[in-house]
Design a protein around this ligand. Structure first.
Ligand code: EPU
Length: 316
């Protein structure tokens, strides 16, 4: 499963010199929610992550535009949550962290096209598609991220990828304006969409009219497979490494005898070796140390350099 997060950097980010008063001013008057010094572990599937200066949940797309404009005017970096393939470091994230959870509208348009706002959860979108007998998203059964996260990462499983269904993407650009980008204008790579800079706030997916019971059956079977083979009941960030060409990171890690290996409360899952699970109080530093151990063991034993699928963000 692939779910991304959106980091919105401006040229000013590197030299950012903003104060907490700037942050307060930038988020003043929003109708959505605003939480200062918010522990980010509560916003991640890994249940790991230090505090954000502020987390905002804009009430609608207009408020996303407003937050971008306010942040830009004060040279405050923005980070957009939405992914679950994410490790936020123990020092948290400086600046404004945006959660799109309040953007949850779904609309059916003509010709088997659905428009979903960026904060819609993938499971919700799949449920909607099933109720409307629309096929094409079954591959994503069990992916817990938002549709915006899935777009940004070109989420995918063995059965398919996000790019197969995307017709167009609605974004808020760096000036805080809404722009619609046709899929044909976007280059999609393995677990990456080369989008213009900005925040994905909506997506049109083109599906196919199907038979409800058949779509339901595929989703159910796939969910069953995932539950049998992946530690979905424990906090994790999905697969940690990309699969190397013609191989599986999980297979390689298991073959190296690393299942169950721990640093603190971070553990290489016993169920699927390409998952790391948080047994309770794991810190990002523990996960990173475990990643280092796995990588060097695989390099040594199999001669393979594993690439991270997990995005690591924030301060140490
Ligand atoms: N395997 C092992 N040991 C393990 C795990 C896997 O030997 O601990 C073997 C399996 O027996 C199988 C092969 O490796 O022969 C492939 O395993 P699996 O079917 O679980 O698929 P995967 O390649 O490990 C990919 C995606 C998953 C996605 C599944 C199912 C990547 C990096 N991983 O896993 O995505 O859920 O297929 O479609 O592409 C994610 O991206 O977060 C993720 C979990």
């Amino acid at each position: 499963m692939k779910r991304g997060s959106q980091r919105v950097t401006t040229a000013a980010r590197v030299h950012a010199r903003f104060t907490q008063a700037d942050v307060r001013a930038a988020v003043a008057g929003l109708r959505g929610s605003v939480s200062f010094q918010a522990p980010l572990r509560e916003y991640t599937s890994f249940k790991i992550g230090g505090p954000a200066d502020v987390v905002v949940e804009p009430a609608d797309i207009e408020e996303v535009c407003l937050v971008v404009q306010q942040a830009r005017a004060r040279k405050i970096p923005l980070f957009v949550l939405g992914g679950t393939n994410l490790l936020i470091r123990d020092g948290g994230i400086r600046g404004i962290v945006v959660s799109l959870v309040r953007l949850r509208a779904i609309k059916e348009e003509s010709g088997a096209v659905l428009y979903a706002e960026g904060g819609v959860g993938m499971p919700t979108l799949i449920g909607y598609a099933i109720r409307h007998s629309l096929a094409g998203l079954e591959w994503a059964a069990g992916i817990p991220g938002t549709v915006a996260g899935c777009v940004v990462m070109n989420a995918g499983t063995k059965l398919g990828e996000m790019k197969d269904s995307i017709k167009a993407v609605r974004m808020v650009n760096m000036k805080g304006q809404v722009v619609d980008v046709e899929a044909a204008q976007v280059k999609f790579e393995y677990r990456r969409a080369l989008l213009p800079r900005g925040i994905v706030v909506g997506v049109w997916v083109e599906l196919k009219q199907g038979v409800r019971s058949e779509i339901e059956r595929v989703v159910k079977d796939y969910l069953h497979y995932r539950r049998e083979t992946q530690p979905l009941a424990m906090p994790s960030a999905g697969c940690v490494f990309k699969n190397p060409p013609n191989d599986s990171a999980g297979r390689l890690i298991e073959a190296s005898g690393l299942k169950g290996r721990r640093v603190g409360d971070a553990e290489v899952s016993m169920k699927h070796a390409n998952f790391m699970v948080n047994r309770g109080q794991a810190r990002a530093a523990d996960v990173m140390a475990l990643i280092g151990k796995v990588r060097s063991a695989i390099r040594r034993q199999a001669g393979v350099r594993l690439e991270l699928e997990l995005k690591i963000v924030g301060e140490p």
